[in-house]
Design a protein around this ligand. Structure first.
Ligand code: NAD
Length: 478
């Protein structure tokens, strides 16, 4: 018996959780349930995180968490339990299958069977933001090699376990050569370890357009956090089945499974809600823990139920459905179909008896790291880059020289264009002249001189090479 943590949540949560648990138990899942309370009651008792310390202990001990939707009370101060859980437990991978169930559920895309796998912890969502000048704020986009390796490997292992044929990577590495470039590079490296699975890369803009127009050409999609956040909603919506989708949040130690919808408070307590989204989450959970035969049996019974036209109110259509049922009756219909196969929808088969194989991240040996320059970021209210260059060139010393100024990334000196619009946020790049080297002492020297000359330096970024390869981008137009 595998112990799992269950939270029944708020609104329709308890009803859809009861229905889901009834189905998975009837199918023979070897699980034991330990229930915790999270959500509205906990928030309103004065705990702004929505979860008690003892409940964290249970989640961490059992490692696998099946969670019904919760209601985050209106008003300030309440923290999203989902975000906290992902970050605390290191749930780096968000997995969301987006299928259409044509002709039984209405959709413009009858052939659609995509799994969106989204990096869940880093990218712009690290939330490191600063106002630096009157006019400019910044958000740091952090992308790590471990982050990329874990999510990309997860995507390929997922494809292997679920018999998927292709993994597509979406990035914008034509613009973000370092961050998205690393994600793409790691994708290419790891793809080689899975020769049996086709791989491809698309620039996110045209890739997203293609996905919204012709989703049938995609299979598994892996991408960075922000892109994945937006695209997984687009994919779920165009599949026509937001209420039927589940999602998994996977970490090295722990994992959390849920429906993608919320607690639908207006439908609560009426035996109306569709338990399918949470059931889909539970099926992913069973696959994750190696109960693949049970997962397969439930998914095929569920597909047969959808195909039989036994639908809850949210899916029910007079022309395609046969019977409108409540939450409990829907669960009973799925249970009655256990062991049966769908005939129009494609039955699923999962690789038997194995949990996803996710090796731990192995640190690589450190590269040879060499300091080759520095970017000084300045707050300056002027508009003429030549004027700023003259001011800043006064800082040149010990073979360290101003080599470029950019404003919002575009080169404005030397040989800038008068037409380029400039803000009060300037980057001045200093590099050693031929035959010189730069040290951290030189950077401190530059900063001290800037202070003496009343130049407002707001931050510095060191320029490094790693094993001889530049770890920074050129100025746009350079
Ligand atoms: P919602 O997903 O709860 O509801 C949107 C619409 O879909 C409603 O019309 C609802 O009746 C319908 N619906 C949703 N799930 C359904 C189901 N299983 N069966 C039938 N109909 C269903 O979104 P909302 O109304 O924006 O949010 C309600 C609450 O849920 C909020 O407090 C929000 O913070 C919370 N929420 C929680 C989660 C989560 O816990 N993962 C996710 C999203 C929203």
């Amino acid at each position: 018996m595998r112990k799992i943590t269950v939270a029944k949540g708020d609104g329709i949560g308890p009803e859809i959780m009861d229905a889901t648990l009834e189905i998975i138990k009837a199918a023979g899942a070897k699980i034991e349930i330990e229930e915790i309370e999270v959500g509205e009651k906990v928030y309103l008792s004065g705990n702004t995180s929505g979860i008690a310390k003892e409940s964290w202990d249970v989640i961490r001990r059992n490692k696998v968490f099946l969670k019904a939707p919760i209601t985050t009370p209106q008003g300030g101060g309440y923290k999203s339990l989902n975000v906290t859980t992902r970050k605390f437990l290191g749930l780096y991978s968000n997995v969301r299958p987006c299928n259409s169930f044509h002709p039984f559920v209405k959709t413009k895309h009858p052939i659609m069977d995509i799994v969106m796998i989204r990096e869940n912890e880093e990218d712009l969502y690290a939330g490191i933001e600063h106002q630096q000048t009157d006019e400019v704020v910044q958000c740091l986009k952090l992308v790590s090699r471990p982050g990329c390796e874990k999510i990309v490997r997860y995507a390929f292992e997922y494809a292997k376990q679920y018999g998927r044929k292709k993994v597509t990577c979406f990035t914008k590495d034509n613009i973000m050569k370092q961050t998205d470039g690393l994600f793409h590079q790691v994708f290419d490296e790891i793809a080689k370890e899975y020769p049996e699975i086709e791989n491809e890369h698309w620039i996110i803009d045209i890739g997203a357009a293609k996905m919204a127009d012709t989703p049938e050409v995609f299979d598994v999609i892996v991408t960075l956090n922000l892109y994945g956040d937006v695209l997984s909603d687009v994919a779920a919506q165009i599949a026509g089945s937001v209420g039927l989708a589940g999602s998994a949040n996977i970490g090295e130690e722990c994992s959390m499974f849920e429906a993608i919808h919320g607690s639908a408070p207006r439908r609560a307590g009426q035996n109306m809600a569709n338990p399918s989204g949470l059931l889909q989450g539970a099926i992913m959970m069973l696959n994750h823990i190696g109960e693949t035969e049970v997962a397969e049996k439930i998914q095929n019974a569920w597909l047969k139920t959808i195909e039989d036209g036994i639908h809850t109110y949210d899916v029910y259509k007079e022309d395609t459905s046969k019977q409108k049922v409540g939450t409990k009756e829907f669960a009973q219909a799925v249970i009655a179909n256990l062991g049966k196969m769908p005939s129009t929808l494609k039955p699923v088969t999962y690789a038997k008896g194995s949990a996803l194989n996710l090796p731990k991240y192995k640190k690589r040996p450190a590269a040879k790291k060499e300091l080759v320059g520095v970017d000084l970021f300045l707050h300056w209210n002027g508009t003429n880059a030549n004027e700023l260059a003259a001011k800043v060139q006064a800082l040149d010393s010990n073979g360290i020289k101003l080599s470029m100024i950019t404003n919002r990334g575009i080169k404005v000196w030397p040989e800038g264009f008068e037409e380029t619009f400039c803000t009060d946020h300037w980057r001045c790049r200093f590099k050693p002249t031929e035959g010189s080297a730069i040290t951290k002492q030189n950077i401190i020297g530059l900063l001290t001189q800037a202070l003496d000359k009343n130049i407002d330096c707001i931050k510095t970024e060191n320029l490094y090479t790693f094993d001889g390869k530049a770890g920074y981008s050129l100025g746009q137009g350079q």
